[in-house]
Design a protein around this ligand. Structure first.
Ligand code: ZN
Length: 333
C-alpha cells in the first residue's frame, strides 16, 4: 500500500518516547514515571499522547504532540523515530510512504533545521536499507504562524520573523534529493488562513519544489479555494470542500488528490457526526480521495483501521479501496 499523509511526531512509538525522555531528562508531567514498572510508564505516556475517539477541539488534539516534540530535539532521536516509523508502516502493509515533519519544531533546544532534515533523511535511508521493499520519502512542513512565534533564546537559529518559512524553502531547495522531496503547510488553519500564504507557495513553486497544503480541515471551502489558487496537485484533508459542491467538482476536473484521514477528522470534530463525513460523496463525485492515518500514535490508528472504518461507515467496496490506492500511487511526489 501507499500512504501520502503521515506525521512523524504524531506517529512516534510511546516506548521510544519513554526511553528518549528518560535519557534526555525531559519533564513528562507524570510524577514518579521512572519508578513505575516500564510497561505502566509507557501506558501512562501513551495515554498522554493519544486523542479521545471524538469530542475534543484541535487544541486538545495538538496537546498530544507536546511530548513527542519534546524528545525530538536531538539528531539521533529524530533518526531513530523515522527508522522505527518505517518499520511500523511496513508491518501495517504500507510499502511506500511520504513521512512529513516540521523541522523548526525540532529546533527549540539548539538544533539547526539542516541538522533535523539530514537526521530524518538518515533515518529514512536506514529504514530502507534494513527493510528491502520499503520506499520512504520526506515532506518538509512549514508551520502556519511560525513567523509570529516568540524568539527562543535556547534556539541556535532564528525561528521566527516574516522570512522564516521562506528560509526553510531555501534550505529544502538546497537539500532536495530522492528522499527529501516536497513541502507542506501545517498548523492552525483557522487562525492563519491559507490565503495569507500565497506568496510562500509562489516561492516554493519558483524553487521547483512539489508541495501539498493542509486545507479544508479546520477552515472551510475558501481555504481549499486558496490551495487550488496556489497551484496544488494534492491537499491535506480538503474534505470541507463539500461546503461548495462546485468547488468539489473543480477538484475532480483538475485531478487534485485529497489526503483524507478519517479517524483524525473524527477526533478533531471536523464534522459533528461521523456519518456526516463526505469522503464517500466526494469519491462518488469523482474526486481523487485517498486514505491516510495522519498520526498513528496520536490518533491510535493504522491503514488497516482506516480501511476498515471506511468500509464499515461509508460502504466502500474492496474495488473502491483499490481505486483509492491507485489515486495515492499516482499522487506520489
Ligand atoms: Zn496532517
Amino acid at each position: 500500500m501507499t500512504e501520502l499523509h503521515v506525521h512523524l511526531d504524531g506517529s512516534i512509538r510511546p516506548g521510544t518516547v519513554y526511553e528518549l525522555a528518560r535519557r534526555q531528562g525531559v519533564d513528562t508531567g507524570i510524577p514518579d514515571l521512572y519508578r513505575m514498572p516500564k510497561k505502566d510508564a509507557i501506558d501512562a505516556l501513551s495515554k498522554k499522547m493519544t486523542a479521545l475517539p471524538s469530542g475534543q477541539d484541535l487544541n486538545d488534539y495538538l496537546e498530544c504532540f507536546r511530548l513527542p516534540l519534546a524528545v525530538l530535539q536531538e539528531e539521533d532521536a529524530i533518526e531513530r523515530a523515522v527508522t522505527e516509523l518505517g518499520e511500523d508502516l511496513l508491518k501495517d502493509g504500507v510499502t511506500t510512504a511520504e513521512i512529513r515533519f516540521a523541522p523548526l519544531s525540532c529546533c527549540t533546544k539548539g538544533l539547526a533545521p539542516k541538522d533535523v532534515i539530514r537526521a530524518a533523511e538518515r533515518g529514512a535511508r536506514t529504514a530502507m536499507r534494513l527493510n528491502p521493499g520499503l520506499t520512504l520519502s520526506l515532506i518538509i512542513c512549514c508551520m502556519r504562524g511560525q513567523e509570529e512565534q516568540p524568539f527562543l533564546e535556547s534556539a541556535r537559529e532564528d525561528l521566527t520573523g516574516p522570512e522564516v518559512n521562506f528560509r526553510l524553502v531555501d534550505l529544502v531547495a538546497e537539500l532536495k534529493n530522492d528522499v527529501v522531496k516536497a513541502m507542506d503547510l501545517a498548523g492552525a488553519e483557522a487562525l492563519y488562513p491559507t490565503e495569507k500564504y500565497l506568496p510562500l507557495f509562489r516561492y516554493i513553486r519558483e524553487k521547483g519544489i512539489p508541495f501539498t497544503v493542509h486545507a479544508g480541515e479546520a477552515d472551510g471551502a475558501r481555504s481549499v479555494r486558496a490551495a487550488i489558487d496556489a497551484g496544488v496537485t494534492r491537499i491535506g484533508h480538503g474534505v470541507r470542500v463539500i461546503e461548495n459542491r462546485l468547488l468539489a467538482q473543480t477538484l475532480a476536473v483538475k485531478k487534485i488528490t485529497l489526503e483524507c484521514c478519517l479517524l483524525s477528522n473524527f477526533q478533531t470534530r471536523v464534522f459533528m457526526n461521523k456519518e456526516d463525513h463526505p469522503i464517500k460523496q466526494l469519491f462518488d463525485m469523482g474526486v481523487r480521495v485517498t486514505l491516510n492515518t495522519d498520526n498513528r500514535t496520536v490518533s491510535g490508528t493504522s491503514m488497516q483501521k482506516e480501511i476498515e472504518t471506511a468500509q464499515r461507515l461509508f460502504g466502500f467496496t474492496d474495488a473502491d479501496i483499490r481505486k483509492m490506492q491507485e489515486y495515492a500511487e499516482e499522487a506520489l511526489f
